[in-house]
Ligand binder design. Structure first.
Ligand code: HPA
Length: 272
C-alpha cells in the first residue's frame, strides 16, 4: 500500500507548488468554501493514479490545491461513500495520500439526521466523538510503517481544535452544538425505530460518512475536526419523509456560516 500511496502523492506534488498542512473534505455544507480558496490547481480524481471516482450526484470529484486562511490546503471536492459499493480501502485512500503530502489536520463536513430532541433543521453540530456502525476500514493486513495495528481512539476528534472552533463560533454569534455522530452505511435513511435506537445508544446525529476517514486519519496520527449539518430530524413526532434533495437544500442555507468558521479556524490555528 505504501508504494501506491507514494505514487499518487508524487503525481500530485509534480502538479502544484502548494505544500498542504490541512486537508478538507468538502462534504455537504462546505461547498461554499471552494470560492474562498485561492486555487493553485485543481485535479480531477479520474486523472490521479489509484483514485476511485464517485458516482453520486453533487459529489463530482477533484482535488483542489490552494491557500485558505493563509495556509496551504488541499480540498477534496466530492467524496466517496461506502454505499456506492466502493471498498473501505478505496474510500479512505485519498486520506492516506493527504498524509503523504504533509497534511496534519483533516477537516470534514457532512449532512446528518438529528437525533437529539434539542436540535433543529439547519443546526450545526461539531462532532465530539463517534460510534462506528460500519465495517472498520483498518480490517486487513497492517503496515506498521503507516500506523499501528491497534489504534487509540480516545481523542479521535482533537479536543483543542474543538474548543478553538467552539470559541470561534461563539465569537461570531453562530449557534452550534457539540455531539456524537453515529456512522452508518446507508443508503437507506433510518426507520423511526432505528433513529430511536441510535439516540438511545448515545448518538446525537446519524449519517453515512466521515467515520471511515477519521479512523484512517487517526491511524496515521492526523488531527481531526468534523462538523455535521443537521438536515432532517429523526426525533419522535418530528420525523417526516425526506429525500436527497431536502438534505442538499437544508445544507445550502448553512454554507455561509460554515465557510466563516473553517476559514477562521485556518487563520488562527498553528499546525507546524
Ligand atoms: N440519516 C442518515 N444519513 C443522513 C441523514 C439521516 O437522517 N440525513 C442526512 N444524511
Amino acid at each position: 500500500m505504501l508504494e501506491t500511496i507514494k505514487e499518487s502523492a508524487r503525481f500530485l506534488q509534480a502538479k502544484t507548488k502548494i505544500q498542504p498542512e490541512a486537508g478538507i473534505i468538502l462534504g455537504t455544507g462546505l461547498g461554499g468554501l471552494t470560492s474562498e480558496i485561492e486555487i493553485d490547481t485543481s485535479i480531477p480524481y479520474k486523472l490521479i493514479p489509484n483514485f476511485t471516482v464517485s458516482t453520486v450526484e453533487g459529489h463530482e470529484g477533484k482535488m483542489i490545491f490552494g491557500k485558505l486562511g493563509r495556509k496551504d490546503v488541499v480540498a477534496m471536492q466530492g467524496r466517496l461513500h461506502f454505499y456506492e459499493g466502493h471498498s473501505m480501502y478505496d474510500i479512505t485512500f485519498p486520506i492516506r495520500v493527504m498524509n503523504e503530502l504533509g497534511v496534519r489536520l483533516l477537516i470534514i463536513s457532512n449532512a446528518s439526521g438529528g437525533l437529539n430532541p434539542e436540535f433543529e433543521i439547519g443546526d450545526i453540530m461539531f462532532i465530539r466523538d463517534h460510534i462506528n456502525l460500519m465495517p472498520n476500514p483498518l480490517i486487513g493486513p497492517n503496515n506498521v510503517k503507516i500506523g499501528p495495528r491497534f489504534v487509540d481512539m480516545s481523542k479521535a476528534y482533537d479536543p483543542f481544535i474543538l474548543k478553538l472552533v467552539s470559541d470561534i463560533a461563539l465569537d461570531k454569534g453562530i449557534k452550534h452544538h457539540t455531539g456524537i455522530y453515529a456512522g452508518v452505511s446507508g443508503p437507506t435513511f433510518e426507520t423511526p425505530a432505528e433513529y430511536n435506537y441510535f439516540h438511545r445508544i448515545g448518538a446525537d446525529a446519524v449519517g453515512m460518512s466521515t467515520v471511515p476517514e477519521v479512523i484512517v486519519a487517526r491511524h496515521m496520527n492526523m488531527k481531526c475536526f468534523a462538523v455535521s449539518i443537521i438536515t432532517d430530524l429523526g426525533v419522535e413526532g418530528k420525523i417526516v419523509e425526506i429525500s436527497h434533495q431536502d438534505v442538499i437544500e437544508a445544507a445550502k442555507l448553512v454554507e455561509p456560516r460554515m465557510t466563516t468558521i473553517i476559514k477562521t479556524l485556518l487563520e488562527q490555528i498553528r499546525l507546524k
